[in-house]
Ligand binder design. Structure first.
Ligand code: SAH
Length: 213
């Protein structure tokens, strides 16, 4: 579990790439410059950790492309101390970005293998979410709601109602919506019954699946 000068140098390059692609949020870029992404991937893939690409992890899932993580996090407008719900823990990389930015993170994963692995791994490298559960993200986490932001890191065929209901007033739900291709969609809760909706282009995610596995 080493983080060498070479890794750090490669991260600086990655941050430059993300800036060139339009990421502006300084806190997001700072988090990415700090987090050893290579440790979130199987050792054989270390050389790929700092290129702007998604990569396979366990259980047929992927660690999202750094640009995608950066863009979604930027759209979430995270402030220090915010309570954030993440759907799709996966490798835990996105979780680490949110924690690095000072958020209190609740994270849900439906693949038991990934859930168990990431739950052990994140604290080992110093990242401690408030809570993890093995569960179905379509339902959100009603007992911990409302959240100051909700981020979905898998492609949702539709927008789950419970997630909208679990937003605090003023909070955002950042969710890629669609089947083959997803449109990055941001809902902002204006009042108990009013939501603003904005879209931010096409992305490709693994699907948000129902139930647990
Ligand atoms: N943020 C992760 C992305 C992993 S890919 C990372 O960067 O590593 C999306 C993840 O969503 C996968 O781990 C997948 O198992 C999980 N997922 C899919 N459907 C889900 C659901 N209904 N509830 C919770 N997690 C889900």
């Amino acid at each position: 579990m080493k983080d060498t000068f070479t890794h750090q140098g490669k991260r600086k390059q990655l941050v430059k790439t993300l800036e060139a692609k339009g990421i502006k949020d300084a806190l997001v870029l700072k988090a990415i410059s700090k987090i050893p992404r290579h440790l979130f991937m199987d050792s054989g893939f270390v050389d790929h950790a700092y290129v702007d690409k998604a990569f396979p992890i366990a259980a047929d899932q992927t660690i999202s492309q750094p640009y995608t993580v950066a863009r979604q996090t930027e759209l979430l407008e995270v402030k220090r101390g915010d309570t954030i719900l993440e759907i799709g823990t996966g490798s835990g990389y996105q979780t680490a970005v949110l924690l690095e930015m000072g958020a209190k993170v609740y994270s849900i994963e439906r693949q038991n293998e990934l859930f168990k692995r990431t739950k052990l791994f994140l604290p080992k490298i110093g990242y401690r979410p408030k809570k993890f559960i093995f569960g179905d993200g379509y339902k959100g986490w009603p007992t911990e709601a409302p959240f100051n932001g909700i981020i979905v890191t898998a492609g949702a065929p539709f927008v789950p109602e419970p997630l909208l209901k679990q937003l605090a007033i003023g909070a955002k739900l950042v969710i890629p919506v669609g089947d083959e291709v997803q449109i990055m969609t941001v809902f902002t809760r204006k009042s108990p019954s009013d939501f603003d909706k904005e879209t931010f282009g096409e992305f490709r995610f693994v699907p948000l699946l129902e139930d647990k596995n």
